[in-house]
Design a protein around this ligand. Structure first.
Ligand code: APR
Ligand code: ZN
Ligand code: ZN
Length: 361
């Protein structure tokens, strides 16, 4: 027996999103149906709506979510009905060349549900990042459900499903920030803010937040920044060097995704330092750097996908730290909204008014 539930879809490129009724099949082998409790609004949802990811409309949006498992299909052992879970878009396969080398955080063949959710007329939906959680219920691969402590609020827990994990992981997993390091974070929205918070958690001694918006710099201070630089009025490379005895930071996290901010990150790091790109560029962007500087400055230029997280390792740990009062994930929830307010939330996100709007179901 399939079910009919309310959900937010993007029907055509650029058209406003709409709330409609969708059909969610019962879970097949290896699948689970999750009753969604909260789902954050992420830039990637807007990119889908604008046709920036692919043309497989209609999209079922939403992918930063937490909820309760309602039912599971044949052979599912890792989760059971009633479990409180954060949904992830890295359900590792265990068999690809990366998994086989013991690096499941880079899995190249992650699992999604095999069956399709549809509109009432049978049109198949493309769920955002294989999740689709601006919906009362959604169908996912069981491996996309990561059990965490149910004491956490769904609005907060869901954030680990995408943006906050991306930023935290960019600093801790990809950048390897450690005790005593100096870190600079360029762009302090939800993702960069989480990189600031992750750097503090990892014991960084100096955390320099860079943004062009003073509101974001204030938030970054609350999240753990020790210094702030408004790069609209101050040269960030010079400022970061000055704040690090003329050397540059050990790790610079670029959480904007533009050539000019990448160059700032490149030159604001110390010799043998690390740049982590977590902001997502658009296809037309290109980068020009003197190759001699790339060679001569040494170190590492890395990209971070989903914070190089392993959901089964990282989500429960981060939720536990949050419940112990050591990770203020609440700071990222600017507002909670209803399912029919996603379009307005896109507007506010576009204007930089929010870290995260979270739909509560
Ligand atoms: N220099 C410094 N900061 C900048 C610049 C710039 N040239 N341009 C924009 N910013 C700041 C904005 O003021 C904002 O605070 O970058 C921040 C971006 O934050 P959000 O718009 O909230 O985006 P966020 O969710 O943090 O994602 C950042 O990561 O996952 C990707 O697609 C996402 O590319 C985006 C990036
Ligand atoms: Zn794999
Ligand atoms: Zn996202």
């Amino acid at each position: 027996m399939s079910q009919q539930v309310k959900a937010v879809i993007a029907r055509a490129k650029g058209a406003p999103v709409e709330v409609t009724t969708i059909v969610v099949p019962d879970p097949g082998p290896g699948e689970a149906v999750v009753k969604v409790q909260a789902c954050g609004v992420c830039h990637t949802d807007l990119h889908y709506r604008e046709g920036g990811i692919n043309d497989e409309f209609p999209f079922l949006l939403g992918h930063e979510a937490a909820g309760v498992v309602e039912s599971v299909g044949e052979g599912v052992t890792e989760v059971a009905p009633g479990d409180f879970v954060v949904l992830n878009w890295r359900a590792v396969c265990g068999q690809c060349r990366s998994c086989r080398r013991g690096r499941p955080q880079y899995c190249f063949a992650t699992h999604n549900a095999k069956q399709k959710m549809t509109l009432l007329d049978g049109t198949e939906l493309s769920p955002a990042l294989g999740i689709g959680a601006f919906a009362e219920k959604t169908l996912v691969a069981a491996g996309q459900c990561t059990k965490v402590d149910p004491a956490a609020s769904p609005a907060v827990a869901g954030l680990l499903g995408c943006g906050v994990m991306a930023g935290l992981g960019a600093a801790i997993n990809t950048g390897g920030v450690g005790r005593g390091d100096s870190v600079a974070v360029i762009g302090c929205g939800g993702v960069g803010g989480a990189a600031v918070m992750g750097s503090r958690l990892a014991g960084a001694a100096k955390i320099i937040a860079v943004d062009i918006d003073d509101r974001k710099l204030e938030t970054a201070r609350r999240l753990g920044a020790t210094h702030t630089v408004n790069s609209r009025t101050t040269d960030p490379v010079e400022a970061i060097r000055e704040l690090t005895d003329g050397n540059g930071a050990d790790v610079v996290v670029e959480a904007v995704g533009r050539p000019e901010t990448y160059k700032q990150a490149f030159y604001a790091r110390d010799l043998a330092g690390t740049v982590v790109l977590v902001g997502v560029p658009t296809p037309e962007m290109t980068l020009e750097l003197p190759l001699l500087d790339v060679f001569g400055r040494g170190g590492a230029l890395k990209s971070s996908w989903y914070g190089d997280c392993l959901p089964s390792r990282d989500f429960p740990l981060l939720i536990d730290l949050h419940l112990q009062g050591r990770l203020d994930l609440d700071a990222f929830v600017t507002e909670t909204i209803e399912l029919d307010a996603v379009e307005q939330a896109f507007e506010r996100m576009h204007h930089g008014d929010v870290l995260r709007s979270v739909v509560i179901l």
